[in-house]
Write a protein that binds this ligand. Sequence first.
Ligand code: ZN
Ligand code: ZN
Ligand code: ZN
Length: 313
Amino acid sequence: MTKSPRFTSRIVETDNLPRHPGQIQPAWHLGADRNGYDIVARVIDKNHLLIRCRTCGGAHVSRYFVVAKAKPMCPHCLDTAWRQEADAAGVQFLRRDETDRKYGFYLAPCGHEQRLQRGRVQTMGAEGESYRCDICQASLEEAEAARRGWSVAGPDPEGNPSYRLYRHAQGCGCEVRIARANMQSGRFTCPGCGEGWATAPSFLYVMRFRLNDDRRVVKLGFSRDPDSRLHHQLLSGSPATGEILRHLPMPTGRAAQSAEKRLHSRIAQQAPTARVPAEVYAAQIHVASEIYTAETEPLILRLLDALAADLAA
Ligand SMILES: [Zn+2]
Ligand SMILES: [Zn+2]
Ligand SMILES: [Zn+2]
């Protein structure tokens, strides 16, 4: 008896298959017809048929009992399904994973090849969600950490999705779990060496933003790195534009924070309606408060100049 090839259902190169002499049974024709196929020939050995899909016109090899008694799956139609599911999720289907039928290899828009579970791709497409590349996400988080002299050592050992395990790479080398948002803002202190926002030099800043409806707003805040704060955090991926109007060096983050608090309360006293409701800018500037109307800009600049004069005195 001839040994059957292992993946007969996936044989799609059909032109050069050896033909097998012998009749095609009427029951096989009936079975093929019921499932939307035509039988082209007997091939390979007594067990196999070459059948053609009426949906796509593609041929493949199937065992005769699958044709007669079950439902052959057209590999060409299946391939089309994988491609369409991938398109809907914003990725390009490359090939199936031959070691696990639930997985395939896909090309993300960024150019990274990824092994993904088919079910995950189907869900993303069905829910209108686009694939976010794990590799790009990892390098984004690595860059965030590197800006502060840290590196990403791994996921949070306590399993909180907002936290990561970070290493103080350009400092004491200790590994500690820190909220990713704190790594982004730099507002944390290393428990290993005590270096952090509170003791490091900082800046008060005033920024002007133009929202996508042309509305202008102003922000007062403090940061170790106002330029990075503006471009990599506040405006990351936003349609709004912004510029730094002033930045005032402060000896430490703690000094900057208390000066900033005093300035906010002075603004609240002198211009009680100056605060812009968060819903106006929430989708465009990644911050929850501290945003003022354009009319408040001269007042904020005056207050900052007065503080600068005090510090210089
Ligand atoms: Zn087909
Ligand atoms: Zn990527
Ligand atoms: Zn440290």
